[in-house]
Every structure is written in structure tokens, then in C-alpha cells.
Design a protein around this ligand. Structure first.
Ligand code: PEP
Ligand code: MG
Length: 941
């Protein structure tokens, strides 16, 4: 490995370590775990470090597995052992340690004592151990750790004698009582902190290090007093009791509120449990020939190899993290202790070649002897993940299939959104739900009309609403970003914004939005008026006052075709993304289509790699000025009036389709016939009622308004989601679907005339029974035949259905008889399988469900494999049993969700369809699923 000096920033180290842990573990197929643990070995509850290996993360946790791996590589790891996650699980289930645990721990402790040549807590020369948590997935700072176990009134003098440093010994004892008191005995940590502050004040010093041995002795006495007073028992002097209690506390720390919350956020299953590592203590604070440090085998920001890390002389690990003293760049260690430095460099090379990846390392030097305390495949920024994956391919360490497992769709998505320059972000006004990533800055506006007006005059605006509805669509399009004070990740604002690739923060409940007064009030009484600048970060959910500078994403420039991977201004990141996408496209089986309703989105989708359109929602074509035509259609009192309205709509529809087919020439375009309840096209019932009532009181009621009000009342539904929509509309409004089919057929004929290659597919929404489909199909076929005959063309149109109702899924075998394709509408399928109204449940009780662990992630975001997923699977099988060539796709929001893409790959769908901005993510995840074999590469989170 090439090494050259580099500087490293501790802040960066900690930030990166605290980041998402998706890339932290080397993906190991589940079978491998099982293969490594024989049924007999599974019973074992304690593993010595030399008994484990890096593939046993399920059992030994990440830390334990990697300590074992390093031990087996012959690296200098302080001896110790790991108590398995199985032991923890049993403790959490039964409230008691497994019966065999005590004896197994005793046996391993005996072996450790023999190896170290001293006994735990031995009076004259005590063996001290640390007891550290370590789950399969790192949960930084979420669980407990206790250091210096084994110190007592008796052994503290032994430690003094052995170290020759009285202050060190008493400080270690003081730290033990404090840590143990807080984490094991549940004493309020502030009590110790206050006593420590008092001691410093009394002595007139500012820092802990200025306290002398005699002060620390007094403090130990005080601390012991606190423990006795607060817990009704003395601080345990028996070292084994200390150890057992600490182990139990680590088990219990798996279920603290903060650990649970972290797991929910990070999608770590709640039933994994933590392992516990008992490790002999080594000390970096025994003088200038001691110290502690952290290192990366490569720069976690750029991926470049080099000496990246920090070192702190005469200090313990905790001092580095606490930032009490300034660290020096790791390269300086060469001057301080050349022997240890050279050994460390050698070890880093060994680790990187062995793990075939970037590793991060924690080490301690005790009186000139180097000890490795931890290593793991290091966290890295999203950009570094891509760079490192391709660098490792170039170095011949990994192949392309493995490279695909080293990056994730989440990371790619992160790279695609513009970001705020975090160095220049001011104070946050509030924090909401990070609904659609990106960074947007603009003037606050409180209604769509103003959003459109201002944006037309060149202003950038942020549309702020309590919540949005379909009427806000134009305003949302005009705005740079959307901010709402209500609603969750699948509220209207969130879903539509994600679809448009537009930044959105929703559910910022601390903000009071007053659309009438055109202002919002933030906590602390800060008022933002219309026209004031605000900045919203859809990746973090943060809302800032004023303008925060934005850094553009070169990766989007690349996908847009505005930057070429080989161009001079293309950086290493763009080149890496380009290569990874090329691997992905070679490997994946799933095709990726776009949900797009207009030529502009279709063209972008194509640039982003879409292989067709999987869902064109035609309702979006009836908004804005065209709404009046729909209004006329609804109000029509005779066939003639209705036909007239339809006739006006036909050319408009046809025009839309011509553009769409042109943008997607040669690729399939699935056009869905009208789906939403008609009242969505009509005015708001309350507003209209008030208008009519006022007019009536003035005796100048408008005839049209009266008719409209009647229609609105007639069409009003209690549960529109389950009412007159989808195929039902087509069956009760004569001519509506026929008009749409005609427009599609005529548009396709026009494209053929223009030597184009239109490949339209007609899709019927919300079908529940094959009879509905047959009726629509008969009518559609007549219309198509008529157009084909008249235009003298063969349009090769296919006709299929959405599967978005449980009944459709359950009768898929019959439905397939009348369908050329199925497209799973997993949005509605999720609503109807769970009985959830998407727009209502997220705001009302989803938070409670997530908090109580009923599900770890919203089923609207990631497919519910066991419920909705089971229906998708069985309907796919049943459909294909009827019609082996049945084309299968998905066009619900899940089509662009990384976890769900793996599921759709496993089920055997032909394609996923998602919003244009999610296409690269879906391409990548489809390849990751394909290259990871049967398991689909998903690590079940
Ligand atoms: C669906 O239900 O999954 C779907 C794509 O349709 P919509 O979201 O338009 O109801
Ligand atoms: Mg639907």
C-alpha cells in the first residue's frame, strides 16, 4: 500500500463515524454466517477473541468479530472474550442471564488471567478490563461501556505500585465509580459532574488534569458517598460482581429509549441484541511514551490512500473523543515513536489488503507497545464510497460485482441533490420531516398563486402551506421547494415533491403557518413574512432563516448529460459514478421505467436511463386551464353536452400523447386512464357553498355556480379513495375512457405517420374484478380498430391493468385472461391491504406506530414484504400461470425505493417504474440485487 503523509481532521473522523452505518459492515451473505456456526457451537455463549472471526457479526457483534479477526491475523490485540448476542437476547426475553453464562464467563476469565499473569482486581497488580457493547451494526454512543473494571479500594494501591503513578491510579478509580454509578447503577450523572466541578472550583483550577492524587482520593470518597446515598448500597468492591453487573447493564442498554429510537431511524431490527466485549485494559495515559489515536487506511472523504488520523500523546481514548486536548496528525507519530509508527503502517496495510476495503482503526500505545483496540470497515461519505469502489477494482482487490455491493442507492441519491454548504448555515428556525432531499432557497410565499406570479417574474420562492392539495400543484412546480407544517413522508406535499425531484420539508410542527396573514411564526417568536428569504434542507428536515449558500451536484449534471465523465471538468467522483452505472446496467435484470406525465419529464427520464414510461397519470393533464372542460363534462345534462365536452378534450389529450410518444420513441409508454375521484376537479365544497350563499343573499345567484354546487354535492364522497374512481369512472361516465383511448390511438397513428416508433400500452386503474376489465377492453378494442382502419395502420397497442386492490391480487389468475400486463399499484395496494388512508394516517398515528415498533419504516416508503409483498408475489405467480408471457411491473412509490427494488427483483417482476430522479437509484439497486444472488443483496433492513 502506498503511504504518504496527510493531515486529518478529527471532526471529520467523528462526523464520518457518526454517519449512516450502511456501508460499515462488509456484506456477508447470511448462509455464510450459518455455515460458520455449527449447531453445537451455537450453544456457546462466550468466545475467546481467538475463537471468532469477522464473519460472525450476528453472533459476536461488529466489534467482537473484528477483534477476533485481528487476533487471528496475529495483530497485537489486548486479550479478551466476547459474550454473544444470543446471551443478550435470552436475557432480554427472560429477564435473567442464561444459566450457562456464569460458568462460561468464569472459564474464559480464568484463561484470560492466566494469559495476563494476573487476576481481575488482584490487590498488588490488578488485571483491569473494559466491558463494551458491540452490536452487529454500530450504534455510536447509544449503548453502554464501562472501563477500568476491577479497581477497588484494595487494588487501587496495587495499580499505583504497578504503574508508579498514584494520580493515574486514583483518576482511573474515580472514572470507574463515575461510569459505573451512572450506567450500571443508574445514578444521575450530573451528581458526579457537579462534585467534580466543585473539586475543581475548590482548588481553583479549570481542568480535570490539574487535579492531583490527593484531590482525586477525596473525589473517590465523595463519589462513593453519592453511590451509597442514591442507590442504598455501597459501590461493589468485588471485581467479579463489578464485571457481572456491567455485562448486565450492557445487555439492558440495548433497550434504552435512545437506542430504540436510533434503531428505528437507522432501520436496524430490534431483535438483534448486542454482544459484550470483555477486554483487558491497556493505558495510553501512562506518560509521554504512551498515547492513543484513530486512523483510516484511506481518506474517508476522497478515498485516497495515505496516513489519515490523529494521535494524542499521554491520553486515553475518551480524551480524544472529548476533545480536551488538541490531537496531532497521525504522521507526527513517526517523530514521537518511530517503532510504533512503522508497526502501525504495516498493520494498516495488512488490514486493508485483508478486508479489501477502507478500515478505520483505534489504537493505544502503552509505554512504547502498540495495541489495536478496534477496527472495522470504515464509514465514509457517499462520494468516497463510489470512489473507493472503483479504486479497489483498479487495484485488483475486488471485482465489479463486489464493487456494486460497496455502494448503495441511498448514497447515490445523496450525491444527486444540491446541498447547503454546511459551513455557512445559520441558526435553524425549526426541524421538520426530511421528505424530499435537496437544498432550496427562496422567498417565502403562502399560496400557489403568489408562487406562480413571483416565479414568473424571476423570483425564487419557497411555497409554505399548512399542507398541500392537488390545487397547489402549479405552485409547487413554480417553487424551489415546499415547506409544510403538517403531514408526514407520504403526505401530498412529500409524494408530489419527491416525484418532481423537488426539495420538501413537511410536518414542521413547531412552525405556525398563517396563510391569511401570510406569515409563519417560529419558536421564540421569530416571524417570517411573505417575501423574507428562507432556506430548507430536504435531506435533514432543517429550516433556516435567510439564505444559505448551495453547492450544486455534479452527479446530476452528469446524468443530465451536461457533464461528460471523460471531460476535463468531470472529477473523479463523476467518473466513478459513470463506471458504477455502467457495471450496473450490465448486471441488472430488472428494467427501469419512469413515472412521467409530460414530454419534459419523459426526456429527463430518458437521459437518466429510463427504458420507457411505466406510469403516465393522465389526471395531471386535466388540471389548470383544462379543468373547465372536465367541469363541463361533469355538469353535462345530455349526451350532446357530454360529447361536446369530450370532443374538446380529445385533441388536447392527443397532443399530450404525441409529445410523450415522441420523447419516448422506441420505448414502451404505459398510459393510465383517468383514476382520481371526479370531485378532485371541482371547486372546494365549502368555498363554493359560501360563494353561492352570499350571492343568493344579494339575490344575484349565478346559474352556473348553482349547477356546480349541485354537482359538487352529488359527487361528494365520505371516502373518495374507495369511491367513484378508476375503472368505475370509465364505466359510469359514457365516452370518457373511449375518448382517452381514441386520443392514444390517434397520437400513436400520428407518430407512425411521422416515421416514429410509438409503443403505447393502455392501463386500467383500480380494477377489482375481471368483468370490469372485460367491459373496458371491449370498448377500447372497438375504438382502436376504428382508428386503425381509418388511418390504415397497425398500432400494436396492448391493454393491461393495475393491480392495486386486494381483490385484484387475489383473482389475478382470472384477471390475467383479459390483461396483457399487470402493473402493481403498491400505493393503493398498501392503503387497501392495511386499511390506511395514506393522506390521513401519517399525520395522525404513524409516529406512534413507529415509536412503538409496530413497523420500523412506513409501509408507504418500503414495501411491506409480509403483507402487501405477499400479495404481489402470489398475484405475479397466478398471473403468469394463466399467461406465461404476462408482463409484470410496479409503478407505486416503492418502485424507486432501494429495499423494495430488491424485493421486486426477487419476485421476478420485469420492471420497476419510479420518478425520473430515482431512476439511477433504481438502476443501481436492481444491479445490486442481481449481483448479490438469491438473497437479493438486501441486508433485511
Ligand atoms: C398506486 O396506487 O400505486 C399508483 C401508482 O397509483 P396512484 O398513486 O396514482 O394512485
Ligand atoms: Mg393507485
Amino acid at each position: 500500500m502506498r503511504m504518504y503523509p496527510g493531515t486529518f481532521d478529527l471532526g471529520m473522523f467523528l462526523a464520518v463515524r457518526a454517519e449512516s452505518r450502511h456501508e460499515e459492515t462488509i456484506p456477508v451473505p447470511e448462509e455464510q454466517h450459518v455455515a460458520q456456526v455449527s449447531p453445537k457451537a451455537r450453544q456457546k455463549l462466550v468466545y475467546d477473541f481467538h475463537e471468532g472471526n469477522k464473519d460472525l457479526k450476528d453472533l459476536l457483534g461488529g466489534k467482537g468479530a473484528n477483534l477476533a479477526e485481528m487476533t487471528n491475523l496475529g495483530l497485537p490485540v489486548p486479550p479478551g472474550f466476547t459474550i454473544t448476542t444470543e446471551a443478550c437476547k435470552e436475557y432480554l426475553e427472560t429477564g435473567d442471564e442464561p444459566k450457562a453464562l456464569r460458568d462460561e464467563v468464569s472459564a474464559h476469565l480464568d484463561a484470560l488471567e492466566q494469559q495476563m499473569g494476573k487476576k481481575l482486581g488482584q490487590k498488588n497488580d490488578p488485571l483491569l478490563v473494559s466491558v463494551r457493547s458491540g452490536a452487529k451494526f454500530s450504534m455510536p454512543g447509544m449503548m453502554d461501556t464501562v472501563l477500568n473494571i476491577g479497581l477497588s479500594d484494595a487494588s487501587v494501591t496495587g495499580l499505583t505500585a504497578q504503574s508508579g503513578d498514584e494520580r493515574f491510579a486514583w483518576d482511573s478509580y474515580r472514572r470507574l465509580i463515575q461510569m459505573f454509578g451512572k450506567t450500571v447503577l443508574g445514578v444521575d450523572g450530573e451528581l458526579f459532574e457537579d462534585a467534580l466541578d466543585e473539586a475543581k472550583k475548590a482548588k481553583g483550577v479549570a481542568t480535570d488534569v490539574e487535579l492531583e492524587a490527593k484531590d482525586l482520593k477525596k473525589l473517590v470518597k465523595l463519589f462513593k458517598g453519592i453511590v451509597s446515598r442514591e442507590t442504598g448500597r455501597d459501590f461493589p468492591q468485588d471485581p467479579r460482581e463489578q464485571m457481572d453487573l456491567a455485562v448486565r447493564a450492557v445487555f439492558e442498554s440495548w433497550n434504552t429509549d435512545r437506542a430504540k429510537l436510533y434503531r428505528r431511524q437507522e432501520r436496524i431490527p430490534h431483535d438483534l441484541g448486542t454482544a459484550v466485549n470483555v477486554c483487558s485494559m491497556v493505558f495510553g495515559n501512562l506518560g509521554p511514551d504512551s498515547g492513543t489515536g484513530v486512523a483510516f487506511t484511506r481518506d474517508p472523504a476522497s478515498g485516497h490512500q495515505g496516513v489519515y488520523g490523529d494521535y494524542l500523546q499521554n491520553a486515553q481514548g475518551e480524551d480524544v473523543v472529548a476533545g480536551i486536548r488538541n490531537t496531532v496528525p497521525l504522521a507526527e507519530l513517526e517523530n514521537v515513536d518511530k517503532k510504533s509508527y512503522d508497526q502501525l503502517m504495516q498493520i494498516m496495510e495488512t488490514l486493508e489488503t485483508h478486508y479489501k476495503d477502507l478500515c478505520d482503526i483505534e489504537f493505544t500505545i502503552e509505554r512504547g507497545k502498540l495495541w489495536m483496540l478496534q477496527t472495522r470497515v470504515g464509514k465514509r461519505t457517499a462520494a468516497a464510497a463510489f470512489r473507493i469502489a472503483t479504486q479497489l477494482v483498479d487495484q485488483g482487490l475486488i471485482d465489479e460485482a463486489e464493487a456494486l455491493q460497496r455502494v448503495t442507492g441511498h448514497q447515490l441519491a445523496q450525491l444527486m441533490f444540491p446541498r447547503f454548504d454546511s459551513d455557512h448555515a445559520g441558526d435553524t428556525l425549526a426541524r421538520g420531516i426530511a421528505a424530499s432531499p435537496g437544498a432550496a432557497v427562496g422567498k417565502a410565499v403562502f399560496d400557489s398563486y403568489t408562487a406562480i406570479k413571483w416565479s414568473r417574474s424571476g423570483e425564487k420562492v419557497i411555497l409554505i402551506r399548512r399542507e398541500t392539495n392537488p390545487d397547489d400543484l402549479d405552485g409547487m412546480i413554480a417553487a424551489e421547494g415546499i415547506l409544510t407544517s403538517r403531514g408526514g413522508k407520504t403526505s401530498h406535499a412529500a409524494v408530489v415533491a419527491r416525484g418532481m425531484g423537488k426539495t420538501c420539508v413537511c410536518g414542521a410542527e413547531e412552525l405556525e403557518v398563517d396563510t391569511k396573514r401570510r406569515q409563519l411564526t417560529a419558536p421564540g417568536g421569530i416571524v417570517i413574512d411573505e417575501g423574507d428569504l428562507i432556506s430548507i434542507d430536504g435531506s435533514s428536515g432543517k429550516v433556516y432563516q435567510g439564505e444559505v449558500p448551495v453547492v450544486p451536484s455534479p452527479v446530476v449534471e452528469y446524468f443530465e448529460g451536461r457533464m461528460h465523465a471523460g471531460a476535463e471538468d468531470a472529477d473523479e467522483l463523476v467518473a466513478s459514478v459513470h463506471r458504477m452505472m455502467a457495471y450496473a446496467d450490465r448486471v441488472r435484470r430488472l428494467r427501469v421505467r419512469a413515472n412521467a406525465d409530460n414530454a419534459e419529464d419523459a426526456a429527463r427520464a430518458r437521459r437518466f436511463g429510463a427504458q420507457g414510461i411505466g406510469l403516465c397519470r393522465t389526471e395531471h393533464m386535466f388540471l389548470g386551464e383544462r379543468r373547465q372542460h372536465v367541469e363541463r363534462l361533469i355538469l353535462a345534462e345530455s349526451d350532446k353536452e357530454r360529447e361536446a365536452a369530450l370532443e374538446e378534450l380529445t385533441p388536447l389529450q392527443k397532443g399530450d400523447f404525441v409529445q410523450l410518444f415522441e420523447a419516448m420513441d422506441g420505448l414502451p409508454v404505459t398510459v393510465r386512464l383517468l383514476d382520481p375521484p371526479l370531485h378532485e376537479f371541482l371547486p372546494d365544497i365549502t368555498e363554493l357553498s359560501v360563494r353561492v350563499a352570499l350571492a343568493e343573499s344579494r339575490k344575484d345567484a349565478n346559474e352556473n355556480d348553482l349547477r356546480l354546487l349541485q354537482a359538487v354535492h352529488r359527487l361528494h364522497e365520505q371516502n373518495p379513495m374507495l369511491g367513484l374512481r378508476g375503472v368505475r369512472l370509465g364505466l359510469v361516465i359514457p365516452g370518457l375512457f373511449a375518448m382517452q383511448v381514441r386520443a392514444i390511438a390517434e397520437a400513436a397513428a400520428d407518430r407512425l405517420d411521422a416515421n416514429g416508433d410509438p409503443r403505447a400500452e393502455i392501463m386500467i386503474p383500480l380494477v377489482g374484478t375481471v368483468q370490469e376489465l372485460e367491459l373496458v377492453r371491449d370498448e377500447a378494442e372497438q375504438v382502436i380498430a376504428e382508428v386503425e382502419a381509418r388511418r390504415g395502420v397497425d398500432l400494436k397497442l396492448t391493454l393491461g391493468t393495475m393491480i392495486e386492490l386486494p381483490r385484484a391480487a387475489l383473482t389475478a389468475a382470472q384477471i390475467a385472461e383479459s390483461a396483457d400486463f399487470f402493473s402493481f399499484g403498491t400505493n393503493d395496494l398498501t392503503q387497501t391491504v392495511w386499511g390506511f388512508s395514506r393522506d390521513d394516517v401519517e399525520a395522525s398515528f404513524f409516529t406512534a406506530y413507529l415509536e412503538r415498533g409496530i413497523f420500523g419504516v412506513s409501509p408507504f416508503e418500503t414495501i411491506d414484504r409480509d403483507g402487501v409483498g405477499a400479495l404481489v408475489r402470489s398475484a405475479s405467480e397466478a398471473g403468469r400461470a394463466t399467461r406465461p408471457d404476462l408482463k409484470l411491473g410496479v409503478c407505486g412509490e416503492h418502485g424507486g425505493d432501494p429495499e423494495s427494488v430488491h424485493f421486486f427483483h426477487e419476485v421476478g417482476l420485469d420492471y420497476v417504474s419510479c420518478s425520473p430522479f430515482r431512476i439511477p437509484v433504481a438502476r443501481l439497486e436492481a444491479a445490486r440485487a442481481a449481483s448479490a444472488g438469491n438473497g437479493g443483496g438486501s441486508d433485511h433492513r
